[in-house]
Write a protein that binds this ligand. Structure first.
Ligand code: PAF
Length: 277
């Protein structure tokens, strides 16, 4: 496994690969590699090509500087895990390599905006599309792998690829869930034992109501979820909504729809979505 920290290094490696007509599979990450990321690598193994994992905690997608500073940075552990899981190249640039002209972002995608996470994290998706655009431009992958946990991100990246006529094929990968039924996330390593217990209780509430939503859809169930979460001390619920997968519009049925939730366990933001059909 090779590790490239500089643009010049990754360019050299990629130019050698190009000479052999090798295809590239890119898995963009912010590190703190867990089973969710490894499932993207497993998916990449089904495609011809060299697996490149980018590890870059992108400052421009954090709308809160404290959130950025507290984001788990476990690079040595990540290298060890990736080396055992069919990752051939790690691209781990520093901020200056990625943003030589300063931390600028551009709003280029206007679809799927002002709803869900975009309504609560202004600028977040502009940071995501800026860095994904940079990564796709540098690596020029044939396939790029994204998880469905961040479903709105997936839709926005899909739009970015179409709008900018990028050549990468977007491979959408199902969420990998923990024992409590919630999708894995790097942020959850920061939960204390007490917060983990509260998180598990939240997961139980969602799970029970999810079954009701799937069996006999009723919009009132969303109010139940919110009330039950509040009753166990969850004071900030950003959203709890059912939306259509295709356009992220509010849905009044469970057909081709998902339940989308975002709330805080103390200071940790939890987001997830669940298929309702
Ligand atoms: O989903 C993530 O981890 C990040 O948003 C991504 C796509 C790596 C961009 O920084």
């Amino acid at each position: 496994m090779q590790i490239a920290k500089k643009l010049s290094e990754i360019r050299e490696i990629l130019s050698d690969l190009e000479k052999n007509n090798s295809k590239i599979n890119l898995i963009p990450t912010m590190g703190n590699i867990h089973e969710g990321h490894l499932s993207l690598l497993k998916e990449a193994n089904k495609f011809e090509g060299i697996n490149v994992v980018s590890v870059f905690i992108n400052p421009t997608q954090f709308n809160d500087i404290k959130d950025f500073e507290n984001y788990p940075n476990t690079f040595d552990q990540d290298v060890n895990l990736l080396s055992k899981n069919n990752c051939e190249i790690i691209f781990a640039p520093n901020i200056h390599e990625m943003y030589p002209n300063g931390l600028e972002t551009k709003k280029t995608i206007f679809e799927y905006r002002d709803i869900l996470c975009d309504a609560f994290r202004p600028g977040h998706f502009d940071g995501v599309t800026t860095v994904v655009n940079l990564l796709l431009d540098i690596i020029k992958p044939s396939n790029v792998f994204f998880g469905e946990k961040d479903f709105q991100q997936l839709k926005i990246v899909e739009k970015l690829i179409i709008q900018n006529k990028l050549k990468a094929n977007l491979v959408k990968c199902s969420s990998i869930r923990g024992l409590n039924g919630m999708s894995l996330s790097s942020r959850y390593t920061k939960l204390s034992m007490k917060e983990k217990t509260q998180f598990d209780k939240c997961a139980q509430i969602i799970d029970k109501n999810l079954l009701d939503l799937i069996n006999s859809f009723d919009i009132k169930i969303l109010e139940n979820i919110k009330k039950e979460l509040q009753s166990i001390g969850i004071s900030t619920i950003d959203y709890c909504e059912v939306r259509e997968e295709s356009n992220l519009e509010i849905s009044k049925t469970n057909i081709h729809s998902r339940l989308f939730v975002a709330f805080y366990v103390n200071k940790i933001r939890i987001i997830d979505n669940f298929v309702l059909y």
